[in-house]
Design a protein around this ligand. Sequence first.
Ligand code: UDP
Ligand code: MG
Length: 160
Amino acid sequence: FLPHLVASMEQVEETYIMVKPDGVQRGLVGEIISRFEKKGFKLKALKLFQCPKELAEEHYKDLKAKSFYPKLIDYITSGPVVSMAWEGVGVVASARKLIGSTDPLQAEPGTIRGDLAVQTGRNVIHGSDSPDNGKREVGLWFKEDEICQWTPAQAPWLRE
Ligand code: UDP
Ligand code: MG
């Protein structure tokens, strides 16, 4: 066991974050991006994008049997979304915490949904729920050449 390898064994993850159409319509894009930026994660991809129905269906395929699924697909395709890929150690679970519970009325104050939304069907943001789904969703929403590999200048001030 080599203690100096522990840090390098920490898994760098990626997560797919999306400001949903209500967040874009309500002018919350800057506020939402800002929370991830200020936390210290790395932005790898970003676009304003009108989601086609087929992509919405693929993204939410696990929810196909749910009663709210047709309305969910209508919602996600109802206007442009802001698609993002964020990278970092522990970014998947941390982003879910920043986002808050699915039902904004149950979401803690201080979270994005807790501060900015009132209903599950208009909960302003999506975040991947596992590292595997993070990879899957980033691959689904972005082409290879839309993803930037770069080192932020602040990197040594965020992690020792
Ligand atoms: N949703 C809904 N009604 C529900 C549950 C979910 O409209 O009763 C929508 C909501 O937009 C939610 C999305 O479906 O964000 C995906 O549901 P999931 O359970 O994966 O919640 P999330 O991971 O977004 O918190
Ligand atoms: Mg989910």
